[in-house]
Design a protein around this ligand. Sequence first.
Ligand code: PMP
Length: 437
Amino acid sequence: TGSKPDISRVKSAELYEKSKTYFPGGVNSPVRAFKSVYGTPLFIEKGDGCYIWDADGNQFIDFCGSWGPLILGHNNPKIREKVTEVMQNGMSFGAPTALENELAELIIKNNRFVEKIRFTSSGTEAVMSAIRLARGFTGRDKILKFEGCYHGHSDSLLVKAGSGLVTFGETSSAGVPKSFAEETIVIPLNDTTAIEQAFAQFKDQIAAVIIEGIPANNGLIMQDEEYIHFLSKICKDNGSLLIFDEVITGFRVGFEGAAAYYGVKPDIVTYGKIIGGGLPVGMYGASAEIMGHISPDGGVYQAGTLSGNPVAMAAGIATLTELNKSGFYKDLNNKTQEFVASIQRFAAARSYKFKVFTVGSIFWFAFTEKDKIQSADDIDASSMDKFKIMHRELLNRGIYLGPSGYEVGFVSSAHTKIELEKAKRAIFEALDLVFKK
Ligand code: PMP
């Protein structure tokens, strides 16, 4: 089979022309602009189950899932019903509601890693607040992050970051004062010497080490389990806190996220995406002692007009109730692993320089010969040209991946064997085209 004709993007292109007059790059979040893949961005009109439809009526099997939140697929009836029910009583009070208790209970009672939590409205806010808490708790200023890890767009964390920054080839943001960036130490992932050196050089100055539970914003960069345990130990030995940013991995690789996956207890954990079931929710949590430093109990200030918003809480409650059912993750992860393994077998049989890195229901298509990718440096930027071809061929076959080769894909519980089979065939054809001589 050859390339398929391009899908129609007439309506999307019209909307894009208009949106460019309103928003920088025509979008409200950079990667959406399709800058590193083919064509104008698709304007999405509707989603249902594992499908989305764009403004031109093209239908796609969606593996982006709004970048992670939609573990139950689009327009899940249980979430929709709960949200609609709660909305009948008004949408925001800026006062406590029982719904916050209900979502907190679902999280805390089923999670060994947090005793007290605070809801925010985004992952960025959650992580930004976690950093402030670590600084307030330890009385230290410096933080240590890893090259390629993305933790949202707060100042201290936009240094050598993944996601849209790596996609556009500039991994640190303009507009971050040099003096702020100096408080952020950046080292490569999976490198014990680098972190030992950092702790020696900045003795008693590092408030926290922050790592994505499983780094998934610069490709999927699996870490050695021993390395994560080593991180935990070196933090303890040096009086620094270990922050697990589980905005992607939380409730994705399992109900207790990457912390349980590795069997490591972080000092502070951040969640986002899935806990809001598609509405804006983030969260950070820690032991009662550490959380005792948050205002009004303690001196670290953090607040939000829409924090704990009842409608968003409703979506979270409905989502986590489903995830908490026995067998949920086993089914989803098995389904994903079968899907991924058959793609890997296909590529291997044809000796394509292509690997699928995967954990749980997360996957990343990498155009590489390497068996392991454990730091941002292991990724060859020129391989993204191949992703660009693949992305186009897949869209033309009704398969939607996020528009960047550095971003991971997600399988939801709404993907059935039928859609996964269809996607597989499309992926095989796309790979053949990418690698055709
Ligand atoms: N941390 C991680 C690990 C993320 O993947 C993201 C977003 N992709 C964030 C933080 C920021 O979350 P948000 O986009 O909701 O602000």
